[in-house]
Every structure is written in C-alpha cells, then in structure tokens.
Design a protein around this ligand. Structure first.
Ligand code: PEP
Ligand code: MN
Length: 337
C-alpha cells in the first residue's frame, strides 16, 4: 500500500499514520522525493480497508500496490528515479554511455580503450576483474590488480567505473575501486549478494537473467531497494531463445515494459544480447529509440586480441560512429547525449 500525505499534514498526523501502519504489521519506507511525503507500507502486514486509511487526518491518498515489486514500482514512485553518481545522472534526460572491454587485461589495453571511449562521449568505463566464465578453464579475471588498473585509468580520463561483483565476499574489496556494482545475468538471483548490496552506498546495476521474466528481474531490484539502497539500475542484456545466428535475443519488449511499470533507470547491453560485432550498433540504436536510459557496450582497442568477447567488442572507430548516431536518436526521442 502507498500512502500520500497532504502537503499540510502535521508531524502528529504523520506519526499517527505511521503508528497505525506499524500496528498492522507493516514496515514503512519513505520515497526519497521532495514533499508531499509518500510512504510505502511493505511486508506481511494485514491490509486495512483503504477507506480507513484515507479517512485518517493528513492523508491525501491511499492505494494498493498491485505489483509484487513494491518499491521498484511506479505505483510507489510515479516519476523516473535518477541515480546520481559523480557528475553523471542515470535515468535523467541525458542518455548515458558505459563502455570498455569485457575484461581488464593490461595497462595498454585499458589506457587505449579508455581514451577512445571517453573521446566518443562515454562517461562510465566498464571492465570485469572477476569474470563469470562458462568454463572453469577460461581466464577468470585479474582480481584486485585489475580493479586498481581500471580505477587509475578511469580517473586519468575523468571516467566513472562499473565492474562486476560475483559474490558478497567481494563487496569490501570492490567498494574501494568501483563507482557502480554490476550484478551479472548469472547472479541476478544470488539473493545473499543482493541482500548485502542493499546496505552499500554505491549504485547497483542488475542485469536481467538469461531466462528471467520482467517480474523476476524487478524482484531482484526489490531485494536491493528493500535492503535500504534505492540507487538501483536494471539492464536488459538479451535472453536465451532458439536463434543460433546470434548469442542471445535482445528483448526490447522488456525495456518498454520495465519503463512503464517501474521508475528505475533501464540500460541496454547490446553486446551480450547479440554477440556479433556488426550487429551491436543497430541494436544499440534501437534500444535508445525504445526508451532505454543508456547503453553498456563492449569496446576494445584491438578486439582481435581480446582475451574475452572480442567477437562482439566494437573497434573504437565503430563506437565513435555509434555515439554520433545515438546523439541524433536521443534528440529525436526528447533526450540528449
Ligand atoms: C559482462 O558484462 O561482461 C557479462 C558477463 O555480462 P552478462 O552478465 O550479461 O553475461
Ligand atoms: Mn563480456
């Protein structure tokens, strides 16, 4: 249930509403928005008749939240939520470009790639230090050495850092180096990890699982938000289908649906969605046209030498051309880059 107080509600009236909700067995979560006060009553409480709540002094409106993801829903927060990190706003009018290699490999790779993505218009650098590889024999990432490298290189270019976390035991270490925690598709339902990320300060980007429904994806966001961290971004990265020409299938339906039913920023990763370099740009353009708030794209200064996902990594020049096209598309849909 969401309760909106009247702008002139007194502190006593507010306390009375809150104690009534607690009596009924609910926890109260306040929307982090300017007044009027909007509060969600979540948990296993017993639902009172709405008229009863509406009749309380100081209450302007009371409604049920029909969605299972209460705090991630637009019923709770009507306006788009904007995640601010450094100078970057994710979910606002400006479309955000996050780009970089699949995995952090070397100083030369990071320096050359960072310069390229930065000059094209990216504001966040990606790169994995802990890699969830299908084979245990594949390169697993440079770990802390990689995190140090991406932090140093990103700082020298004025870029923010996003990197994947695979386990809650990595939080303390990664917190020292990254600006945004990325939860990978394979970990979308790693509930102990999501719970722990509810108590970090930094934003969390949650990729959609390989076969997750939109409800399941947003419920993963709900874990983090209900833990106390409302700086959550969701990312569509393609779902598994029957097609064999491409790695996965980009589900733009999910982007339009998530934007409609949730206030959270939605990012699209066209690289893992399609898995083929020359198909990344068309999907990236379509994603922005469909209303995505930004892109997470794999770019490598020399993709043919990449340790991981070279086949889907853009050359710097391709990324530069794409960014120019994104600028035009963003303007066409009332945004900017
Ligand atoms: C990645 O971003 O490199 C990655 C492993 O992505 P996903 O979790 O979407 O497979
Ligand atoms: Mn990758």
């Amino acid at each position: 249930m969401v309760i909106i107080l009247r702008p002139d509600a007194t502190p006593e009236q507010r306390r009375a509403v809150e104690s009534r909700l607690r009596e009924l067995g609910f926890q109260i979560v306040l929307a982090p928005d300017p007044p009027p006060v909007v509060m969600a009553a979540v948990g296993e409480g017993s639902m009172p008749p709405l008229e009863q709540m509406r009749a309380m002094p100081g209450v302007a409106e009371a409604r049920r939240i029909p969605e299972p993801f209460k705090l991630a829903s637009r019923t709770f927060r009507e306006a788009d939520s904007i995640v601010r990190v450094g100078n970057v706003e994710i979910g606002g009018p400006t479309v955000v470009l996050m780009a970089g290699p699949c995995t952090i490999e070397s100083e030369e790779q990071m320096v050359r790639t960072a310069a390229a993505v930065r000059s094209a218009g990216a504001t966040v650098m990606r790169g994995g230090a802990f890699k969830p590889r299908t084979s245990p024999y594949s390169f697993q990432g440079l770990g802390e050495e990689g995190l140090k490298l991406i932090r140093r290189v990103a700082d020298s270019q004025g870029l923010l850092v996003i990197s994947e976390i695979m386990d809650k035991s990595q939080i303390t270490l990664m917190d020292r180096y990254v600006d945004i925690f990325q939860v990978g598709a394979r970990n979308m339902q790693n509930y102990p990890l999501l719970r722990e990320l509810g108590s970090v300060e930094r934003p969390v980007l949650i990729k959609r699982g390989l076969a997750a429904t939109v409800d399941e994806w947003l419920m993963s966001a709900e874990y983090v938000i209900s833990g106390g961290n409302d700086r959550v971004i969701v990312c569509e990265r393609g779902v598994r289908a029957y097609e064999t020409y491409t790695r996965n299938t980009l589900d733009l339906n999910a982007v339009a649906v998530a934007k409609a039913i949730s206030h959270l920023p939605v990012i699209v990763d066209p690289s893992h969605a399609v898995g083929v370099r020359d198909k990344v740009a068309p999907l990236a353009r379509a994603a922005i046209a469909a209303g995505a708030d930004g892109l997470l794209v794999e770019v490598h200064y020399a993709p043919e030498q990449a340790i991981c996902d070279g086949q889907q990594s853009l050359y710097p020049e391709q990324f530069r051309v794409l960014a120019g096209q994104i600028r035009l598309i963003a303007e066409a849909v009332g945004r900017r880059l």
